[in-house]
Write a protein that binds this ligand. Structure first.
Ligand SMILES: NC(=O)c1ccc[n+]([C@@H]2O[C@H](COP(=O)([O-])OP(=O)(O)OC[C@H]3O[C@@H](n4cnc5c(N)ncnc54)[C@H](OP(=O)(O)O)[C@@H]3O)[C@@H](O)[C@H]2O)c1
Length: 314
C-alpha cells in the first residue's frame, strides 16, 4: 500500500498531497472507485453537493471504516457548498445536507465551490429566468464566508476553504476573516500551471488544490497536447513513468495537491504511484515551458457577473 505524504495547512491540520476526484463518475462507479482507492492508500477524497454522489462516497468510506481498514480520522473528506446555498442563513443547511448524504459526523474540508451565488426556489434546483438562463444572485461571498466560519465553530467541519477564487477575491476574504481559508481549489495542470496564483497563495499560507490535473484526457484527439508532447514523453521514458504520472508529479513538486479523477482501477493505481521518484530542476523547467494558460473550465454562463473569477489574470 502506498503511503501518501501530507502537507500541514495554516490551521495545523494535515492534508494528503494527492486526492481522488469524483466529478461526473456514475454513482456505482464512484462507490467502487472510492473503496478501491482507500484499499491501495488514497486517504483524501474530493466530492461536492453538485456531483450528486456524496451518498456513494460516504457509503464507501463508512464501509472501509466498518471493515477496520481505516479510522475516520485517517480519511480526509472534502466537499463543497453549492452556489444555491450561499445566503448566510442557508449555509448551515447546505453543510448539514452534505453531512446527511455522506453519513458522516464532520467534513474535513468544506469549500465555497464557486464565488457566484445562484437563486433557488427550493434550495435544491437552480432558479431560471424566462429564457431558461440560470438566475445568479448578488450574495457577497464574504458574507458566505462568515457563515462558513460558524460551521467550524459548531464542529461540523474541521477546515474551510475556497474554490475557483481569484487573488483579489481571496484577498477580500483574508481582509475580513476570523478563520483563514486553508486551500483554494482551482484548475491547474501543466498547460495552466497557475504559477502566479500559487505564489500569491503561498504568501498567505493557502495551499492550491489542483483540479483537472490531467486536463481531462481525450486520447483519440491527442488532448491535452502536453500529455502527448515529445518533451513530456522523453521525460517519462527517462524516469520509467507514464506521462500521466509525470504530469501529477509535476503538480506535487510545484506545491499543489492534485486530485485526479478515475473510476478505473488500473488508473487509480497508476495515479498514486508517484512517491518513489523526483523530477530534476531541469526537467521541471522543461515542463514549465509547456504552460499555455489554456483553461478547460471557463464557467462562461456567469462571465458577466461581478463575482466572475476569471476576468483577471489570476
Ligand atoms: N472545484 C471545482 O470547480 C472542480 C471542477 C472540476 C473538477 N473538480 C474536482 O477535480 C477532480 C479532477 O478533475 P476532473 O475529473 O475534471 O479531470 P481530470 O482528473 O483531469 O481527468 C479525469 C479523466 O481522466 C481520466 N484518467 C484518470 N486517470 C487517468 C490515467 N492515468 N490515464 C488516462 N486517463 C486517466 C479519467 O477516466 P476514468 O475515470 O474513465 O478512468 C477521467 O476521464 C474532479 O473529479 C473533481 O473532484 C473540481
Amino acid at each position: 500500500m502506498v503511503v501518501i505524504p501530507k502537507i500541514t495547512l495554516n490551521n495545523g491540520t494535515q492534508m494528503p498531497v494527492l486526492g481522488l476526484g469524483t466529478y461526473r463518475g456514475k454513482s456505482d462507479e464512484v462507490y467502487n472507485a472510492v473503496k478501491y482507492a482507500i484499499e491501495i492508500g488514497y486517504r483524501h477524497i474530493d466530492t461536492a453537493y453538485y456531483y450528486d454522489n456524496e451518498v456513494e462516497v460516504g457509503k464507501a468510506i463508512r464501509e472501509k471504516i466498518d471493515q477496520g481498514l481505516v479510522k475516520r480520522e485517517d480519511i480526509y473528506l472534502v466537499t463543497k457548498l453549492a452556489s444555491i446555498h450561499h445566503e448566510p442563513s442557508v449555509v448551515e443547511y447546505g453543510c448539514r445536507t452534505s453531512l446527511e448524504s455522506l453519513g458522516l459526523d464532520y467534513i474535513d474540508l468544506y469549500l465555497i465551490h464557486f464565488p457566484v451565488g445562484v437563486d433557488s426556489p427550493d434550495r435544491k434546483t437552480h432558479a431560471v429566468d424566462e429564457k431558461g438562463n440560470v438566475k445568479y444572485n448578488d450574495v457577497d461571498y464574504v458574507d458566505t464566508w462568515r457563515a462558513m466560519e460558524k460551521l467550524v465553530e459548531k464542529g461540523l467541519v474541521k477546515s474551510i476553504g475556497l474554490s475557483n477564487f481569484n487573488s483579489e477575491q481571496t484577498k477580500r476574504i483574508l481582509d475580513i476573516c476570523k478563520i483563514k481559508p486553508v486551500t483554494n481549489q482551482v484548475e491547474c495542470h501543466i498547460e495552466l500551471n497557475q504559477k502566479k496564483l500559487i505564489e500569491f497563495s503561498k504568501k498567505h499560507d493557502i495551499v492550491i488544490t489542483a483540479y483537472c490535473p490531467l486536463a481531462r484526457p481525450k486520447p483519440a484527439e491527442k488532448k491535452p497536447a502536453f500529455l502527448f508532447s515529445d518533451k513530456l514523453i522523453a521525460i517519462s521514458k527517462k524516469y520509467n513513468k507514464t506521462p500521466t504520472q509525470i504530469a501529477l508529479r509535476y503538480l506535487i513538486q510545484i506545491g499543489t495537491v492534485p486530485i485526479p479523477k478515475s473510476v478505473t482501477n488500473t488508473r487509480i493505481a497508476e495515479n498514486i504511484d508517484l512517491f518513489d521518484f523526483e523530477l530534476s530542476a531541469d526537467d521541471m523547467s522543461v515542463l514549465d515551458s509547456l504552460n499555455t494558460g489554456q483553461r478547460i473550465c471557463k464557467f462562461e454562463s456567469s462571465a458577466n457577473h461581478k463575482y466572475y473569477p476569471l476576468s483577471i489574470e489570476f
